[in-house]
Design a protein around this ligand. Structure first.
Ligand SMILES: Cc1ncc(COP(=O)(O)O)c(C=O)c1O
Length: 381
């Protein structure tokens, strides 16, 4: 993992003595990751950051300053974005199994809602008769669905959205103003995105009053935190697609995207220090003054989350040709409190500072009180 000298000196200032674990974000990188979406040539578009990736107030303010809107999936997140200064029309709410009470709150907040099922559509009509609304679509097996990091988001194995048959058979199609699709997460395969979008466009002809197509997020970030999905090439292709769809519909359709991970992923780092070393026959076990409940991607995705680790000793990055098989574990009794397993790392010592990269998305936001560790401070520079 590469780290710029500015970030290194910031970490060195903060990681002194017996410091508490913290997150540090490079604000400029968050801003750059927002700006690439504005560069998508298609004009009639709105970009909504998916707040499950990061719900920190300062993070949200940066996103807002960059003229990116938000997508939320819960009332608590809706309150958080309102507190951060987002206006009603900047908020999209997409979720599943909403109660009437929740639906009423979303409606009175003025957020744009995408419903998840025929039953949700019935509730909507009971409450608001023929007020226009969006729906989430499961384009099913019209493409060969992928299992991405968190399983299937489309196809028979996904629980989400209206099935193609449900879409075809629904009454009152004139109420539908937008279609929503989320193909999966951490995708690098441009052709897959486009194949899914084409299917959604085909379905859009079922709905005479369609105004927008929401293609969701899912833009990949490499596990080593070095590479983001190529939004530039994607932007050219998706613009072409939207242009054609608009021509076919004879109206200027709005493109909506909901990037999550890619906005902050490589901009964030989690920092802690080594408090214990156990030498075992086959490897070194190194303990941190932190728990994966504070940096939760390795806890949620133990098989696939693989954050790069950089070691700082005496304020310098530790580089050594000699590497040892090392597992870094957390400061609890939970057997799965493991930050990374079987890594080839330089020989660690007590007090070494460990910096995990690719920590800006789904990391601080998935903090859990399980095991009793404090929520780490999040620092922006
Ligand atoms: C509906 C929807 N849109 C957007 C996102 C953001 O996805 P990603 O972080 O993969 O870009 C999610 C994440 O789960 C989602 O469920």
């Amino acid at each position: 993992m590469k780290i710029n000298p500015n970030l290194l000196s910031k970490i060195n200032l903060l990681a002194k003595g017996e410091f508490d674990p913290f997150y540090i974000y490079e604000s400029q990188k968050i801003r750059q990751n927002c700006r690439v979406f504005h560069d998508i040539p298609y004009k009639n578009k709105a970009i909504h950051f998916a707040t499950m990736a990061n719900i920190n107030n300062e993070f949200l303010k940066i996103v807002n300053e960059e003229k990116i809107n938000v997508f939320v999936n819960s009332l608590i997140h809706m309150e958080a974005v309102q507190k951060a200064g987002f206006t009603d029309e900047q908020i999209i709410f997409t979720s599943s199994a909403l109660s009437e009470k929740t639906m009423r709150k979303i409606h009175s907040a003025g957020a744009q809602l995408n419903l998840d099922s025929p039953r949700q559509f019935d509730i909507w009509q009971k409450l608001y008769s023929d007020q226009k609304v969006g729906i989430r679509c499961n384009i099913g097996d019209k493409v060969e669905p992928y299992s991405t990091r968190a399983g299937f988001f489309i196809g028979k194995q996904s629980r989400l959205g209206f099935t193609v048959d449900e879409l075809k058979n629904m009454d009152n199609k004139h109420i539908i103003k937008g279609l929503h699709l989320y193909a999966g997460t951490d995708i690098f395969d441009l052709e897959y995105f486009l194949a899914c979008y084409n299917e959604l466009i085909e379905l859009s002809f079922l709905f005479p009053n369609i105004e927008y197509l929401n293609f969701g997020g899912g833009f990949g970030v490499s596990e080593d935190g070095e590479t983001n999905f190529d939004v530039y090439t994607y932007g050219l292709k998706v613009s072409e697609l939207m242009q054609k769809a608009s021509e076919m519909h004879k109206k200027n359709l709005k493109l909506i995207l909901e990037p999550g991970r890619i906005i902050g992923g490589i901009a964030g780092h989690f920092v802690a220090y080594i408090t214990d070393i156990k030498k075992r026959d086959n490897q070194i076990l190194a303990g941190l003054n932190a728990s994966t409940t504070q940096f939760s991607r390795p806890l949620l995705y133990p098989d696939t989350a693989n954050h790069p680790a950089l070691i700082i000793r005496n304020e310098e990055i530790l580089n050594s040709d000699k590497k040892y098989l090392t597992t870094i574990f957390g400061s609890s009794t939970y057997s799965r409190d493991i930050f990374c397993a079987n890594r080839n790392l330089p020989e660690l010592k007590i007090g070494d500072v460990v910096v995990f990269g690719n920590g800006g998305s789904y990391s601080a936001s998935s903090y859990t009180e399980f095991l009793g560790f404090m929520k780490p401070q999040e620092i922006f520079f």
